[in-house]
Write a protein that binds this ligand. Structure first.
Ligand SMILES: [Zn+2]
Length: 115
């Protein structure tokens, strides 16, 4: 069975010709796992059995999220231990708050309140 990225709206598949790397969710680091779940739009209470089946492709990470490898080496890229997928491919990472929807709503609110 071909693995598909579980990020909302992403249909990248783990095919041999795919340029993307696929990463499983962290399970041992609970705080980090919750950040991943929020980033992919899932409840932090999601069952571990389900979490273990999820994966996110490299389209949701930036170059900084990877452990640097030697130039010319085409090994499988390794994520840094604290890397979290970006909430949306085009949105800037909101690592510090993690509350993606509320941040989006606040910018609306601010616009109305600053009068
Ligand atoms: Zn993806």
């Amino acid at each position: 069975m071909v693995r598909t990225c579980d990020f909302p709206g992403c249909n990248n598949k783990d095919l041999a010709e795919s340029l993307h790397t696929f990463h499983r969710l962290p399970v041992t680091d609970i705080a980090l796992r919750q950040l991943w779940l929020l980033a992919i739009g899932l409840n932090v209470e999601t069952k571990l059995a389900k979490i273990k089946k999820l994966c996110v492709c490299s389209a949701h990470f930036c170059e900084d999220d990877y452990v640097p490898s030697c130039p010319g080496q085409r090994k499988k890229r390794v994520l840094k231990s604290a890397a979290v997928p970006a909430p949306q491919p085009s949105a800037p990472p909101t690592r510090n708050c993690g509350k993606i929807t509320r941040a989006a709503g606040r910018s609306w609110g601010c616009h109305n309140h600053y009068k």
